[in-house]
Design a binder for this molecule. Sequence first.
Ligand code: FES
Length: 133
Amino acid sequence: MAALSHTPGAPAPGDTRTPLCALDALPPVGQARGFDPAKSGRDTVFALRRSDGIRVYRNHCPHQGVPLEYRKDRFLSGDGQRILCYAHGAHFEADTGLCTDGPCRGMSLASLPLVIEDGWLYLAVAPDSPLLR
Ligand code: FES
């Protein structure tokens, strides 16, 4: 195995990825965790585990562009199977981000590309990307 050129989870010079967290800091299936990778003072993305992997979405409802959660890390329905927007009650598929019920039915949350490396979850977008604001 090659030696690491930087500390896992720490931004590396010139890196176009954005570290989110160590994999073991992600909650189990049925829960989600918000992140503020742009240091904006609010969680602009959130991540959740599914049976086949991890999803990361922008915390931005396609209906009116507001954050989805009603309090820190509360993005999911009680059974953990759907993402909810607490502003007007839209329901989104956790696997795809597709809105299946509510005022933005047929629209989708923006899914963000991710990279898993050295036990860390990264977004495959630079920290200064507009996607993270
Ligand atoms: S802002 Fe999300 S459903 Fe209206």
